[in-house]
Design a protein around this ligand. Structure first.
Ligand code: NAP
Length: 290
């Protein structure tokens, strides 16, 4: 069955929601797109940029008559967003989200609806930039990038197929995994790196001669810390939402760092060389695969 959506509703027309709308429009699979934010000026901007056709600040009005609803707000806002959607959801409409943590989103849906609706498909595109807002959105953001869906035992397979088709139309590769596995993997590969980038920059910025340090920072520092320019509020939400998994990897990483410090204290060059060599090989393999 060819993919076609008569009415798409994007709740949270920012970087991710805006890029999804743009990608589906570019693929020619959507007839009408309604966007919903709290801020009217942002919505007007989304209309002016051609990202959405119409705008609503009232979520229950925005979702009325929609065939596919994508929630792309920060994860901390999702509980209240889903509570508003729950009042008006057409049982045939498919509901999905793009939140960076999945157990918290599933819990928010369960509490809003009192159960998991069969047409709810949790999702997370593994694509983004350190920028926010609809101005930063672009239709190619998801091209050749992975999107993880974490269907639940209650989830209807036909709903999963529709969401798969939508992401495929946006150029993404869709994979499925459990909620718990998603949250473990993303804690390690995304949430920990953001915490490290923020804390490194914060630590250096607190030093007395921080200006002097930043003056001499070169490309390596810029590469390593790019993601510390990401939206603090969004990452505050994600870290709290996935706190248990994140604490687990912070602990593991802390032990790794302590081992390195121990080797430095005792002048154990062999240990340093072994760790750096293994890390380089792992990074090179990963870069080659990409
Ligand atoms: P963003 O650019 O800041 O966009 C968020 C949008 O949500 C804004 O348009 C905001 O507009 C709207 N919003 C916030 N609270 C709302 C509410 N209560 N009701 C309705 N709209 C609301 O953020 P983003 O980077 O697109 O991230 C969106 C989601 O994608 C997050 O859940 C994030 O975890 C996930 N994600 C992000 C990335 C990434 O790299 N950025 C990657 C994958 C997934 P108003 O403030 O006007 O309401």
């Amino acid at each position: 069955m060819a993919m076609h959506i008569d009415r798409l509703c994007v709740v949270g027309v920012g970087l991710i929601g805006g890029s999804f709308a743009r990608a589906l429009r570019k693929a020619g699979v959507v007839k009408e797109i309604v966007g919903c934010n709290r801020d009217k000026d942002q919505l007007q901007k989304a209309i002016d940029l051609g990202v959405i056709d119409s705008a609503e600040t009232d979520i229950s009005k925005a979702v009325t008559g929609a065939h596919l609803i994508v929630v792309a707000t920060p994860v901390g806002a999702m509980e209240s967003v889903f509570a508003q959607i729950a009042q008006k959801l057409d049982p045939n409409a498919i509901l999905t989200d793009v939140g960076s943590s999945k157990a918290s989103v599933v819990a928010a849906v369960r509490s809003a609806f009192g159960k998991i609706p069969t047409n709810f498909v949790p999702g997370h595109p593994i694509a983004g930039t350190e920028k926010s807002g609809v101005e930063a959105s672009f239709p190619e953001l998801f091209r050749d990038r992975k999107v993880i869906l974490t269907p639940l035992p209650e989830t209807d397979v036909a709903a999963v197929l529709r969401v798969r088709q939508a992401w495929a139309a946006a150029g993404a590769q869709v994979v499925e995994m459990s909620v718990q596995h998603h949250d473990q993997v993303l804690a390690a590969t995304s949430h920990l790196p953001h915490v490290l980038a923020y804390s490194l920059v914060h630590c250096l910025a607190q030093m007395d001669d921080s200006q002097e340090i930043f003056n001499y920072a070169a490309g390596g520092f810029r590469d390593f810390t790019r993601i510390a320019s990401s939206d603090p509020r969004m990452w505050h939400d994600i870290c709290l939402a996935n706190r248990d998994e994140l604490l687990g990897v912070i602990k593991t990483f802390g032990m790794e760092l302590e081992q390195l410090a121990k080797a430095l204290r005792s002048g154990d060059g062999q240990y340093l060389l072994k760790v750096f060599q293994q890390a380089k090989e792992a990074r090179d393999r990963f870069a080659e695969k990409k």
